[in-house]
Design a protein around this ligand. Structure first.
Ligand SMILES: Cc1ncc(C[n+]2csc(CCOP(=O)(O)OP(=O)(O)O)c2C)c(N)n1
Ligand code: SF4
Length: 523
C-alpha cells in the first residue's frame, strides 16, 4: 500500500493500524502502561474495542470471538499476562479459529510498573509463538504477520512490545491492503474446544507438533534476518536491543530475531559459526542466551549487571566490552505527587492521623506511601490491597490487627478486588476489617480510562454503572457506607474512626471524582 505513504506512528499506534487493516473485528484489554494506547487508537480508527474488567476477562472474551471466526486482539501490560495466564496456557491447547494476537507490553526498567518480569518466558511456558518488534514499522508488519501465523497454525500468538517500542515514534508504511473483518459463524468442534483430560492430552501432543512446524518455518522466514557486517563481531538480538546494538557496534554482523519463540536454532548456529565472536544482546532475562547455549551454540551472554533496567546504546557498548562498572546515572528527578486537589489526599491524611496500618494497592493513590502522607505499608499487585489486609488482620496481635485498613481504587476494585471482598465475608477476621474503596470515577493512573463503574465504555457510549455499595451489600458486608468527600469531608475522619472501633466488616466508598477526569469529561 505504498500509495498510503509513510506516517510517523508510535509502536502502539502501528499495532492498532495493522489490526484495523487486517480486519481484526474485536479488541479487548485492560489498561496498563505501556500498552494502553493500542485499544484507544484501534477504537479511534473505527475498530470495535472494549475495556474489560481485567486481563483474564479480556483474553477470554477475545478467545471466544476467535472461536467464532473473528480476528481478535487482546492487549495488556506484562503483569496483566499474569492475570490472564490461566486462559493463555489452555488456549494454546484449544487453538483458535480466527486469529488471536495477545499483546504483552513489557516494562524493562519499570518506568511505570511494580516489577520488570520478562514475558518471553510465557511464550516458552505456554508454548505459543512470540514476535518481538523493534520499531513501529516492525510493530505494524509483525502484527499482520502474527495474525497470519495465528490463522495458519490455529494458535494464539504473543506480540511482545516493550516501553520504548510502544511509545517511540518511527516511520510506518501501511504495507497491507485493508481487508474487512471476516464473516463469523459457530462451528461445533468439541474435541478441540472442550478441554477435558481426554481431549486435552491429544491437544498437548498437537501443540508440540505445531510448534515444531513453526520452528521449521522460522528457520527461513523473513522475521529473522542477518544484517551484514564484519566477521569479527556477531550480535544476536531482538526488540529494541537489535536497534541499539547496531548503533553501539556499527560494524557488527547482526542476527535480528523477530520470531523469538520458537527460536531458529539452526540459523543461530550457522550465524554463530560464521563470526569470530558472537554476543547475545538482550534486555531483561538471559532468555535467548540460555536457549542458544542449551542447544550447544557458543554464544557469549551478558554479565548479570545488565539484567536490570533498560539497555541503551551506551550500556550495550559497555556490555560488549564486559565493563560492569556503574555508568552515568541521571540525578533523581522530583518524586511524583498526588495532584493538588486530588480527592485521595484526604483519605491518607486521615489514615496517617489515626495511625493505621495501611494495606495499599496500585493506582494514583499508591503515592500515599510518599511524604507528606507516608500512609501506606504494603503494596504488591492489583487486588492485593484487600486480601493482604485480611491476612494481616488474621495474623497480627489484636491491638495491631484493629488498626489495619485496606485501600483500593475503583478500577482496581473491579479488576481484582471483588473476590477479596468475597473472601472477607467468607473468612472474616476476628477483629472485623475496614476496606476503603477510593472511587474517583476513573482509572486515573493509566490516563483516565473508563471502567465498569464509570457508566461509560471505551468509546464513551453509556453503560450501566455497577454500584460498589450495592455489590458489597449483596455480598453480605454488614456495614457499607458511602462517603461523599465533597460534602462530608469534615465527618470523614470520624466515620473511619468509628468503623475501626466497630470491629465489624466495613466497606467505605469514598466518592469524589478525580479532578483531571472531571476536566476530561467536560471537554
Ligand atoms: C495486572 C495489572 N494490570 C494493569 C496494571 C496497571 N495499573 C496500575 S493501577 C491501575 C488502575 C488504577 O486505577 P484505580 O484503581 O481506579 O486508581 P486511580 O489511579 O484512579 O487512583 C492500572 C490499570 C497493573 N499494575 N497490573
Ligand atoms: S490524576 Fe486524579 S487521581 Fe491521580 S493524582 Fe491527579 S487528581 Fe488524583
Amino acid at each position: 500500500m505504498g500509495s498510503m505513504g509513510h506516517r510517523l506512528l508510535s509502536g502502539n499506534e502501528a499495532v492498532a493500524q495493522a489490526a484495523l487493516d487486517m480486519g481484526v473485528g474485536f479488541g479487548a484489554g485492560y489498561p496498563g502502561t505501556p500498552s494502553t494506547e493500542i485499544l484507544e487508537n484501534f477504537s479511534a480508527l473505527g475498530g470495535r474495542a472494549e475495556w474489560s474488567p481485567n486481563e483474564k476477562v479480556a483474553l477470554e472474551v477475545a478467545l471466544g470471538a476467535s472461536f467464532a471466526g473473528a480476528r481478535a486482539l487482546a492487549t495488556m501490560k506484562h503483569v496483566g499476562l499474569n492475570v490472564a495466564a490461566d486462559p493463555l496456557f489452555t488456549a494454546a491447547y484449544t487453538g483458535v479459529r480466527g486469529a488471536l494476537v495477545i499483546v504483552s507490553a513489557d516494562d524493562p526498567g519499570m518506568a511505570s510498573s511494580q516489577n520488570e518480569q520478562d514475558n518471553r518466558r510465557y511464550a516458552v511456558a505456554a508454548g505459543v509463538p512470540m514476535l518481538e518488534p523493534s520499531d513501529s514499522q516492525d510493530a505494524y508488519d509483525m502484527t499482520a504477520e502474527a495474525i497470519e501465523i495465528s490463522e495458519r497454525w490455529r494458535i494464539p500468538v504473543l506480540l511482545r512490545m516493550t516501553t520504548r517500542v510502544c511509545h517511540s515514534k518511527t516511520r510506518v508504511e501501511r504495507r497491507r491492503t485493508p481487508t474487512p473483518p471476516p464473516a463469523t459463524s459457530f462451528v461445533r468442534d468439541v474435541k478441540r474446544l472442550v478441554m477435558i483430560p481426554a481431549y486435552a492430552r491429544p491437544a498437548h501432543v498437537r501443540l508440540r507438533a505445531t510448534l515444531a512446524e513453526i520452528a521449521q518455518w522460522g528457520e527461513a522466514c523473513a522475521l529473522n534476518r542477518v544484517i551484514a557486517g564484519e566477521r569479527k563481531l556477531g550480535i544476536i538480538a531482538s526488540g529494541i536491543s537489535a536497534i541499539h546494538a547496531q548503533e553501539a557496534a556499527p560494524g557488527a554482523t547482526v542476527l535480528k530475531l523477530g520470531l523469538t519463540h520458537p527460536l531458529p536454532i539452526e540459523k543461530a548456529r550457522r550465524f554463530a559459526q560464521s563470526v569470530e565472536r558472537c554476543v547475545v544482546v538482550e534486555e531483561g532475562d538471559p532468555c535467548l542466551a540460555d536457549a542458544l547455549r542449551a542447544a550447544g551454540i557458543a554464544v557469549e551472554a551478558k554479565a548479570e549487571a545488565f539484567r536490570f533496567g533498560e539497555l541503551s546504546v551506551a550500556r550495550i557498548r559497555k556490555l560488549l566490552k564486559g565493563d560492569t562498572s556503574p555508568g552515568f546515572r541521571a540525578p533523581p528527578g522530583k518524586p511524583p505527587q498526588l495532584c493538588p486537589g486530588c480527592p485521595h489526599r484526604l483519605t491518607f491524611e486521615i489514615l496517617r492521623k489515626l495511625n493505621c496500618i495501611v494495606s495499599g494497592d496500585i493506582g494514583c493513590y499508591t503515592l500515599g506511601v510518599l511524604p507528606p502522607f507516608e500512609a501506606m505499608d504494603t503494596c504488591v499487585c492489583m487486588g492485593a490491597g484487600i486480601t493482604v489486609g485480611l491476612g494481616l488482620r488474621h495474623a497480627l496481635p489484636p491491638e495491631q490487627a484493629r488498626r489495619v485498613v485496606s485501600v483500593i481504587g475503583d478500577s482496581t476494585f473491579v479488576h481484582s478486588g471483588i473476590t477479596g471482598l468475597v473472601e472477607m465475608v467468607y473468612n472474616p477476621p476476628k477483629t472485623g476489617h475496614v476496606v476503603i474503596i477510593l472511587d474517583n470515577a476513573t482509572t486515573a493512573m493509566t490516563g483516565l480510562q473508563e471502567h465498569p463503574g464509570t457508566g461509560r465504555r471505551l468509546d464513551a457510549t453509556p453503560a450501566h454503572p455497577i454500584s460498589f455499595e450495592a455489590l458489597a451489600r449483596a455480598l453480605g458486608v454488614p456495614r457499607v457506607r458511602v462517603v461523599d468527600l465533597a460534602k462530608e469531608s469534615e465527618a470523614y475522619e470520624g466515620i473511619v474512626a468509628e468503623s475501626l472501633a466497630a470491629e465489624a466488616l466495613t466497606v467505605l466508598v469514598a466518592r469524589r471524582p478525580c479532578i483531571l477526569a472531571l476536566k476530561k469529561n467536560k471537554e
